[in-house]
Write a protein that binds this ligand. Structure first.
Ligand code: XMP
Length: 315
């Protein structure tokens, strides 16, 4: 059980000792975990850290630019790589969730590897947290529930040693560390976002048109959560696009279109979760906006499953 100021001091020292005069590369995602890991490591070794931000084309609306601006403000040494077409190509025709995760994981490694080679790093920095370690069976005896793509695989293939300074921490502790390190609020308060991104929120095959639909619906949901002062009250919220069509009526016209699911959960670490009791008026408002504004959607449902027995994500 760490006191966070002690944790920072201890880790900075530990990173310096471990890394020595070598270099470290890091895959920045824009999320809390990798950003805090990068700022902590930057504090320890400065410019011997180099960050790569791979845009896999599975990000939310406006996210790529937003993330880039944040990194610039934090003056982290980074490079952005746009690999979106490449990822989409690889995902063509693939419907199985675990297969999608594996393809994204492998493609990520490939792109990252190519970019990282020049820098001549000996270490790979990852923002792995304690729950990631448990759920990907990084701990003996734990079962594989989902293959979280930031755990396992990378270092052996790349001949890199792994640096995971946040491995013992839970999410709320990482936020405290980030706060102490001066990471801006908008990053610290961001909801968790999975490595495979929107690919696991489009059930079944990932198509470009569907990414656009999901981006719009998700954006409305999140925008309204913020507007109603609810964003900080839920642990994570997002929209999913279902692979079914249902019948509706718009004006006098019959429609036959896709369904969007809204998911909002209360949790402390993502290991267990309960569905958020969002106000009915709020849900009603979001439903109206999504159906009116997002072409291709005529029905919105709210997910009332807890974890367990469901998981937070739908894939
Ligand atoms: P599940 O769906 O397993 O999600 O209940 C628990 C938490 O983990 C996030 N998640 C991931 N994070 N890579 C990540 O970095 C992944 O592959 C991944 N899959 C799920 C999920 O968004 C939730 O916060």
């Amino acid at each position: 059980n760490w006191q966070m100021p002690d944790f920072i001091q201890h880790k900075v020292e530990e990173i310096r000792q471990t890394v020595g005069n070598s270099k470290v590369v890091c895959a920045l995602s824009g999320g809390v975990d990798s950003t805090v890991a990068a700022v902590l490591t930057y504090k320890a070794i400065g410019d011997r850290l180099f960050c790569i931000f791979v845009d896999h084309g599975l990000l939310r609306k406006g996210e790529s630019q937003e993330v880039e601006e944040s990194f610039k403000k934090l003056s982290l040494p980074f490079k952005k790589v746009d690999a979106s077409e490449y990822f989409l190509e690889r995902l063509k025709g693939v419907e199985n969730p675990e297969q999608k995760r594996k393809i994204i994981g492998h493609t990520f490694i490939e792109v990252f590897e190519r970019e990282a080679k020049e820098f001549g790093a000996e270490y790979l920095l990852q923002g792995t947290l304690y729950p990631d370690v448990v759920e990907s069976a990084g701990i003996e005896g734990a079962k594989v529930i989902k293959t979280h793509h930031n755990v396992g695989g990378l270092p052996e293939r790349m001949n890199l040693k792994l640096l995971e300074p946040l491995r013992e921490l839970f999410k709320d502790e990482v936020r405290k560390v980030g706060e102490l390190l001066g990471v801006p609020e908008n990053i610290l308060k961001r909801h968790p976002f999975p490595g495979p991104g929107l690919a696991i929120r489009i059930l079944g095959e990932v198509k470009k048109e569907d990414l656009e639909i999901l981006r719009e619906a998700d954006y409305i949901f999140i925008e309204e959560l913020k507007r109603w002062g609810l964003y900080d009250k839920v642990w994570q919220a997002f929209a999913v696009l279902l692979p079914v069509k249902s019948v509706g009526v718009m004006g006098d016209v019959r429609t036959y279109e896709r369904v969007v699911g809204l998911r909002a959960v209360d949790s402390t670490d993502g290991m267990t979760a309960d569905w958020s009791r969002l106000p009915y008026e709020f849900l009603d408002h979001v439903m109206r906006r999504i159906i009116n504004e997002v072409k291709g959607i005529n029905r919105v449902v709210y997910d009332i499953s807890s974890k367990p027995p469901a998981t937070i994500e739908w894939e």
